[in-house]
Design a binder for this molecule. Sequence first.
Ligand SMILES: [Zn+2]
Length: 150
Amino acid sequence: MASHPVRVAEPYRGAARSALRFTRSVVTMQIPTGTAGAYVLLRYYPNDALPVYDGRSDTCLRRRLIRHPLRGLASRFLVAPTCNPEQAFAVESPWYHQYRSEGFPVMNRIHPASPAGTGRRCPFCPNGATARALDRTFPNPVPSISRSTP
Ligand SMILES: [Zn+2]
C-alpha cells in the first residue's frame, strides 16, 4: 500500500502524547525550534489536573513555552505541533471554547487571534462556521415549550 505522508498535526518522532513536565529542559528536549503549534498548560492538584491556559505559537512553540509567564504555576503541558499557523489556530480555537463551556478555570482573557494576514475566522464561535452548518442542517429548530400561542 502506498504511503501518503500526513502533514497535519503529526506528533514529533518519539514525542509523548501525554502531559509533559513544564520545565525548560523538557521543553527544549521535546520541541524542535521553529515549529508552529498549539499548547495547553495544566496545573496539577493532589487528585486532579486542570487546564489553566491554552495558546499557540505561529513561529516557535519552544521559544513561546520557555518564556511563558505561567511556567511555575503550570507544572505540565500538552502540545499539538502543526505545519502552519492556520492549523495551530484550528487546534487552539476548539480548546478555547471547550474549556470555557466545561467551566475550567482557564486564564485566557481573550479569544485566540486569527493568524496574521490570513483573515481566518474561528469556526467554533457562536456565529462561526460550525454554528452556521448546524443551522443549515437543522433549519427548523424545535419550538420552545415556553413559546406562547396567539
Ligand atoms: Zn471562537
